[in-house]
Design a protein around this ligand. Structure first.
Ligand code: GAP
Length: 512
């Protein structure tokens, strides 16, 4: 389904609303509606279960959003958490200089892709894409333009060469996407942290930051957690929580927001073991996505060329969003950068005493970090489909269906009396609903014809519909309709909770 329709579906069906919409909204801020919050909570539960509860050596915390301002000096965010900002003087629009160059490369890549698609059509099965890309003159020329732009971008970003970036934008003749103007300001660094002020201290002293990542709450608590839980290396600390970034260009719905939620895990290890654990978590995190039913062709690794200030290796797990492959999750080998910096600035030892070697050292860290909102968008964009299905009288009709994995679907089961004006059906359906309530998130629905009610449940991803009909009154049975196969199975009322409970249980996602 195209991106516009996904966004409007999210609003129409109570998944996501624009924040403060009655005041025309606040850019890049969104509110999760009744079904959205259920789906988001289920995603978080899947992550928490697999990262914390399935591991004896990973524990969770919930740290405060406000932290001592020195935290962000030590972490490097005060000095280095910047994006290159450029304004267009005519349109007054702001852009990230690196994204303008990436957009230039993406446009050329789209042209290449068009040529590839055309050739594919022309040559059919005999078509060898790799050979075509490496021999076709026009493609080679275009690819060279991309490579040259991206290499220069990489160099300027690495050297923090803002003048070089401006020159690159001018040399590539990049125009403002809004106005077409090429009248650019100089490029300058823009710190992404939001700041605010403590109530009882004036001036710089009282300056507080909204955390731009949850990870630092874990680092500063490393020894507290290690001592109170008596963990031995290797062990991990996990956290789910809000993070805030003053993104220059926040767009693509909930993909890039200024307030978002992260699910992060810091894995503390012996120095020297980082590459083995990096490989381990890289593979484990990809499997986590696949276990939820994300097809392999929607996921890919992207190794970082420009490493963040704290990392010695980093990879993104990219997901094929409706607007292309983009970062969904990051796995970073952060060395001892954070713990050592905190140790230095705070003057407090943040070392682990290794009982095996009788030495104390600052552990190394491999981190996994995924945006909860991006995971939500990935799930919705994969699941939301339009398809033709046979309707009640055997004809074909179109339906919009959200094929979410039952374990994360917002509503697990809907109970529907066949007719709403027959008291005995309504009462029986309400009884069934009451029986299911303690076990799964269930919804009772009696409004409109049964076919329309099925469609409504399909649209919010409900995997099972239980229908109470006249046979129910005779033999205490109901039908369970499967959202994906449309098959209806008749079962006894006393078994419904067990059957549905087993089908939607999250434990099915964990092998072994
Ligand atoms: N602690 C490491 C860290 O924060 P990151 O790559 O900057 O690394 C991790 O962010 C994840 O957080 C990203 O992979 C993405 O899913 C999510 N994320 C980052 N910025 C975001 C934003 N502005 N809006 C939504 N999600 C974001």
């Amino acid at each position: 389904m195209d991106f516009k329709n996904i966004i409007s579906h999210c609003k129409e069906y109570g998944f996501i609303y624009q924040s403060s919409e009655i005041y025309d909204g606040l850019a890049a801020a969104y509110d999760y509606g009744p079904y959205g919050v259920e789906l988001k909570n289920n995603i978080k539960q899947y992550w928490w279960k697999s990262m914390v509860q399935m591991h004896e050596n990973i524990v969770g915390i919930d740290a405060s959003i406000f932290m001592h301002p020195k935290t962000w000096k030590a972490s490097g965010h005060v000095d280095a958490f910047n994006d290159p900002l450029v304004d267009n003087k005519d349109s007054k629009k702001r852009y990230r200089a690196d994204q303008l160059v990436e957009g230039y490369a993406e446009k050329i890549e789209n042209k290449i892709q068009k040529d590839v698609d055309k050739a594919k059509k022309r040559f059919g099965d005999a078509f060898d894409e790799q050979e075509f890309r490496s021999t076709n003159g026009r493609i080679l020329e275009r690819q060279a333009k991309i490579d040259s732009a991206m290499t220069l971008l990489g160099t300027h970003m690495k050297n923090e060469d803002m003048a070089g970036l401006k020159q690159l934008i001018e040399d590539l003749e990049i125009a403002c996407p809004d106005s077409g103007s090429r009248n650019w300001t100089d490029v300058r660094q823009f710190n992404l942290m939001f700041s605010t002020q403590l109530g009882n201290i004036a001036g710089e002293e009282g300056k507080l930051y909204l955390r731009p990542e949850t990870a630092q709450g874990i680092f500063v608590n490393f020894l507290n957690v290690q001592k109170s839980t008596r963990q031995k290396l290797p062990f991990g600390i996990a956290q789910i929580g809000k993070a805030f970034r003053n993104e220059i260009v926040a767009r693509q719905f909930i993909f890039r927001m200024r307030e978002f939620e992260q699910m992060e895990m810091q894995f503390f290890i012996k120095p020297g073991a980082e590459m083995d654990w990096y490989k381990h978590w890289k593979a484990a995190r990809l499997e986590w996505h696949k276990a939820l039913g994300v097809p392999a062709d929607h996921l890919r690794y992207h190794d970082h060329d420009n490493l963040a200030h704290y990392a010695n290796a980093a990879v993104d797990i990219e997901f094929k969003f409706p607007f292309g492959f983009r970062e969904l999750e990051g796995i970073h080998s952060r060395t001892d950068f954070d713990l050592s910096s905190h140790q230095e600035l705070s003057g407090k030892k943040l070392q682990y005493f290794d009982p095996q070697t009788n030495e104390s050292y600052v552990p190394y860290v491999v981190e996994t970090s995924i945006g909860c909102d991006r995971m939500f968008l990935a799930q919705i964009s994969l699941a939301l489909q339009e398809e033709k299905v046979p309707d009640a009288d055997g004809k074909e009709s179109k339906r919009t269906v959200m094929k979410l994995h039952p374990a994360v679907a917002p509503v697990k089961c809907a109970v529907l009396p066949l007719l709403k004006n027959r008291e005995e059906l309504v009462n029986a359906a309400k009884d069934v609903t009451a029986k299911l309530k303690p076990h799964v998130n269930v919804q009772y629905d009696e409004k409109d014809a049964i076919g329309r009610r099925y469609r409504r449940q399909d649209a919010i991803g409900t995997p099972y519909c239980v229908t109470v009909d006249f046979d129910t009154l005779e033999d205490q049975t109901v039908t369970i309709r499967d959202r994906d196969t449309l098959e209806q199975t008749r079962v006894k009322i006393e078994d419904v909770a067990k059957i549905i409970g087993e089908k939607v249980d999250m434990s099915g996602l964990f092998p072994g």
